[in-house]
Write a protein of this length. Structure first.
Lengths: 290, 324
């Protein structure tokens, strides 16, 4: 590389732009964090910007003492783990057989599955069908209809394709059946993509709320954390809504809302940076083959 | 090219068994595995398609749609009704408007960002920047709507607090979320805030496949930073851009649900109600208009598929790879 003075100056301009981007990304988070740690009286006076004023942890203590909120967090965590495990299982058993060139009917099955990515029946037909199946108002409606994503299946399939054919042949000569080959050869070699897809499925479930909003009306204990938050954030000014969500006070204080938001965000923020190396390759594979 | 043919021993074993019995004995487990996901697709993706029939039948969800009588106007009553409904037309307009704005402003954003990241000379700082830029993708729209409210609200939003302090005028308020036009801008901006960083991943990956020799040749020819970007980097990104653009065009009538639902508020429903929200309100959330909303959903799906194929066809016409 040839470097002149002007390119060095350009480098610093780029660094400056990146710092600006980082700042834009983080400001909303810092603002909410500062508000959640501040004293209400400074909030009302609009004095809290990016640094907490009158530092106190009362809001966090109140949120932790709210049984309904804690229940919602635990329930969503369990739901997320369950959904992720089931989805990974489904994705693997769907993608693996489709990597066999000699599988008869493979082309048709591929098309059969891909078609659902481009054409969907729509919200109401899904709703009416699930209603007829008696799945509304149950926890299953949050797990089963979304347990397999075609997009993620394509990523998995591409990853399986990248395993050298010779490994499979060697295992076949040793007398291993397809399932044994999957468990002993393919899965160990696909750990990075499995980690990526686990992250995608887990984030999807943790952040998802529209299915709960559509399919669950009465059983409030089945609300995942995001829908719970939606309810307190939308109606928080009324004391009734606050009481319904387990906060015994007229209206929700600002800091309390912010603390609730922080609790629902932190789990993901703790996880994703460690998986960055993996999901970057996962996204890339999906894009190439999609 | 070797002229001597290598005698291969293992290859003599025939790999493809034409004999059905041998084939099934060997691979039946694969079909067993596939049976579960295929059953999933049949039940939860294809079976609902039978309920599309509701769009052409009388409004009745107590009986399955194949037993219900046909709707008026040889079954097209609901489509006609929808296109006479002002609320539907507004939702359609909003959907197209917001999607077009997303396309024009949101599509180039990750490309621009990837170009900037690609020019970043410091490796570790680049990695850190990427980690931070991926963060918003992992937040739900509920969380983001809450962040946006604290940031942009009229009275106690961070931006307006600063605005008041700097101008010294307590009435200097920018109505980011309460004025319909400003709201549209906030909606698009928040979309970019959430997904632009994540979108760079694909472009950055595509950039790694550009040969460094091209950059060296450009440098020897005396090309500066901008000419390098224009003549080497961007052409290298073109196939990726086309594929993503096709996908995006197939989505022109698609409407997210979480995003408008979380970001909307009472003051801006005129511009914020997208088709998905219209369907939700008219159908599930008390409206009871199941046939009408099914018809709207079908219209959306069919137009989506047509756009996807059209864009794919055009891309191939212009010599790109396309997606199908």
């Amino acid at each position: 590389m040839i470097k002149s003075k002007s390119t060095k100056f350009g480098d610093w301009v780029i660094v400056f732009i990146c710092i600006l981007l980082i700042f834009i990304c983080l400001v909303p988070m810092l603002n909410v964090l500062a508000r959640s740690l501040s004293d209400t009286k400074y909030l009302i006076r609009n004095e809290v910007l990016l640094w907490p004023k009158g530092l106190n942890l009362d809001a966090y203590r109140t949120v932790l003492g709210n049984e309904r909120y804690i229940h919602s967090l635990w329930y969503t965590a369990l739901l997320t783990v369950g959904c992720t495990v089931l989805s990974l299982f489904m994705t693997v058993i769907c993608a693996y057989p489709l990597t066999y060139d000699q599988l008869k009917g493979r082309k048709f099955l591929n098309g059969f599955i891909l078609f659902t990515m481009y054409f969907s029946a729509g919200m109401i037909p899904h709703y009416v069908m699930l209603s007829n199946m008696g799945m509304l108002e149950t926890v299953w409606v949050l797990i089963i209809p979304s347990c397999l994503s075609v997009y993620n299946m394509i990523i998995m399939r591409s990853s399986f394709y990248s395993v050298p054919e010779s490994l499979r042949e060697a295992a076949e000569i040793d007398g291993a059946g397809p399932i044994r080959i999957l468990i002993q050869v393919y899965l160990p070699l696909s750990k990075p993509v499995l980690a990526t897809l686990a992250l995608f499925y887990a984030v999807g479930r943790w952040n998802g709320f529209s299915d709960a909003l559509l399919y669950i009306k009465k059983n409030r204990e089945l609300y995942p954390i995001q829908l719970y938050l939606y309810n307190i954030l939308q109606n928080a000014s009324s004391g009734e809504a606050a009481a319904q969500e387990g906060f015994a006070m007229p209206g929700l204080s600002e800091t309390l809302k912010m603390a609730s938001v922080m609790f629902a965000t932190v789990p993901i923020l703790l996880v994703y940076p460690w998986l960055q190396r993996y999901f970057v390759s996962g996204v890339t594979i999906g894009a190439v083959k999609g | 090219m070797s002229q001597v043919q290598q005698p291969s021993l293992s290859r003599e074993i025939p790999r493809h068994h034409t004999n059905w019995k041998t084939y099934l004995r060997r691979y039946w487990t694969l079909y067993l595995l596939l049976a579960i996901p295929i059953a999933f697709f049949v039940i939860f993706r294809y079976f609902p398609m039978a309920y599309i029939l509701m769009a052409f039948k009388k409004n009745n969800i107590i009986q399955p749609p194949w037993l219900v009588d046909w709707a008026k106007n040889s079954g097209f009553e609901w489509f006609i009704k929808a296109f006479k409904d002002k609320l539907f037309l507004r939702a359609l307009e909003n959907t197209i408007k917001l999607n077009l704005l997303d396309l024009v402003c949101g599509f180039p954003a990750p490309i621009l960002m990837a170009l900037i990241l690609n020019e970043l000379a410091f490796k570790r700082f680049k990695k850190f920047t990427q980690t931070v830029l991926y963060l918003p993708h992992f937040l739900s729209w509920i969380i983001i709507s809450s962040l946006a409210l604290r940031l942009l609200a009229d009275n106690d939003g961070l931006v307006n607090i600063l605005n008041k302090q700097m101008t010294g005028n307590p009435d200097a308020v920018i109505p980011f979320l309460s004025n319909p036009s400003w709201w549209v801008g906030s909606y698009i901006g928040l979309g970019i805030w959430k997904e632009a960083g994540w979108g760079t991943i694909i472009y950055l990956a595509a950039l790694t496949s550009i040969s460094p020799e091209l950059y060296e040749a450009a440098a020897v020819d005396g090309a500066g930073r901008f000419r390098r970007i224009w003549h080497v980097t961007l052409p290298g990104l073109r196939p990726t851009i086309v594929v993503l653009l096709i996908m995006r065009l197939g989505y022109i009538l698609g409407s997210e649900f979480d995003r408008p639902l979380a970001l909307s508020n009472k003051l801006v429903t005129d511009v914020s109600t997208e088709l998905s929200i219209y369907v939700y309100q008219k159908g599930i959330n008390g409206g009871g208009q199941f046939s009408l909303t099914t018809a709207v959903g079908l219209f959306q799906s069919v137009v989506g598929v047509l756009f996807l194929f059209g864009a794919n066809f055009l891309a191939k016409r212009f010599g790109e790879r396309g997606i199908m």
